[in-house]
Design a binder for this molecule. Structure first.
Ligand code: ADE
Length: 354
């Protein structure tokens, strides 16, 4: 068994050396760029994450520039990636690393886990990839590789299944080259052991893969249906006054904390179909344009919304928080979340056509 384990590791590491993608954070393994890339890749694909990674490293080349930056600027760089709590935690952790750890990521799992936003995944990734510490990394790709390798049929949504997978990952891990091994497992999941149509004939692990032997790769891993998402319906009101538009900052806490947006009125599916229900609330303001239906999906919410362009200034702004009247050219100076950046596109494109 031990020799089989060594052969498996060797096969995987050889495959990785020959087939890995050239990615900027792989050129020179530094904990800072490892950290940034891992946090970005938690929520997006490599292709989508790359431009953000480049922009981030360009603007914040090291932990000190990140620690000293304004949170608003970090949110601005992050704009469009979503999960803004991750950007805020990146900032908080950078400050702690600068002040409490002499500007270096702690080479200790307990200390690493004490940093904001650093969970078991990120801690294991940074410590293994940058410090060669023997912690197995388990993300979605690795979960899939291991469920197939071991023909694990239990629901991967369950914590108990995740525990079993983590144990397998830790056993498989090369203790000599933990960083390369972890990255090879993730890369294998991304390039070969794909969710649909895995390329088993070229897989360096197929000799040991139980799902392949039992012809179950299509059925594994098993993931139960997600809980239904909450539905939300918004009228988004774009007030226009002498070529300026009203935006406001979201509260300190909760979804999209401290991001900027247009005022929002909650409504329901029926009332979003036409503007009848708006006239009372708009009390005399003229609606100059109405958008079609737009959708945005958050991790727990399905949002459907429409925008109305309205002339004048409201008697009272819905909601609280700082408000500003900004020109079209100034939208770019604010971190505005994605759903409402679609509204800006609607606003600007439509105006071109006028
Ligand atoms: N996904 C997240 N981190 C990764 C990495 N280091 N290599 C490949 N895929 C990844």
């Amino acid at each position: 068994m031990t020799t089989q384990l060594s052969a498996l590791r060797r096969n995987l590491l050889n495959w990785f050396r020959q087939n890995k993608r050239e990615l900027p954070w792989r050129q020179k393994r530094h904990w800072y760029t490892t950290w940034l890339s891992e946090v970005i890749l938690q929520q997006t694909t490599v292709e989508q994450g790359l431009p953000y990674y480049h922009a981030f490293v360009e603007r914040f080349p090291n932990v000190h520039t990140l620690a000293e930056a304004e949170e608003q600027e970090i949110l601005h760089q992050w704009q469009g990636l979503g999960y803004y709590a991750r950007a805020r935690n990146l900032h908080k952790a950078a400050r702690q690393i600068a002040r409490q750890h002499h500007g270096r990521f702690p080479n200790d799992k307990k200390l690493a886990l004490a940093l904001p936003g650093i969970g078991p995944y990120t801690a294991a990734a940074i410590l293994s990839l940058s410090y060669n510490r023997p912690y197995a990394v388990v993300d979605g790709n690795v979960t899939r590789v291991i469920s197939r390798l071991q023909a694990i049929a239990e629901d991967i949504r369950l914590r108990s299944t995740q525990k079993i997978i983590e144990q397998h990952a830790q056993t498989l891990l090369s203790k000599k080259y933990p960083g390369a091994f972890n990255e090879a497992m993730m890369e294998l999941g991304a390039l070969v052991c794909t969710p649909v149509a895995p390329r088993c004939p070229v897989c360096p692990l197929s000799r040991w893969c139980l799902a392949y032997r039992q012809q179950k790769t299509d059925a594994l891993p098993f993931k139960s249906a997600p809980p239904p998402k909450k539905r939300q319906y918004h009228w988004v009101v774009v007030y226009e006054n002498t070529h300026r538009y009203l935006i406001r900052q979201r509260p300190e806490k909760g979804l999209l904390a401290r991001m900027w947006e247009f005022p929002v009125w909650e409504t329901d599916a029926r009332q979003l179909k036409n503007t009848d229900s708006l006239s009372v609330r708009l009390s005399g303001h003229r609606i100059s344009r109405v958008s079609g239906l737009m959708r945005h999906v958050y991790s727990h919410i399905n949002l459907q919304y429409r925008a109305v362009l309205v002339e004048g200034s409201p008697e009272e702004t819905p909601g609280t928080g700082t408000r500003k009247w900004v020109k079209k050219e100034e939208f770019n100076n604010y971190p505005i979340h994605k759903a409402h950046r679609h509204i800006i596109n609607w606003l600007l494109n439509d105006q071109k056509g006028r």
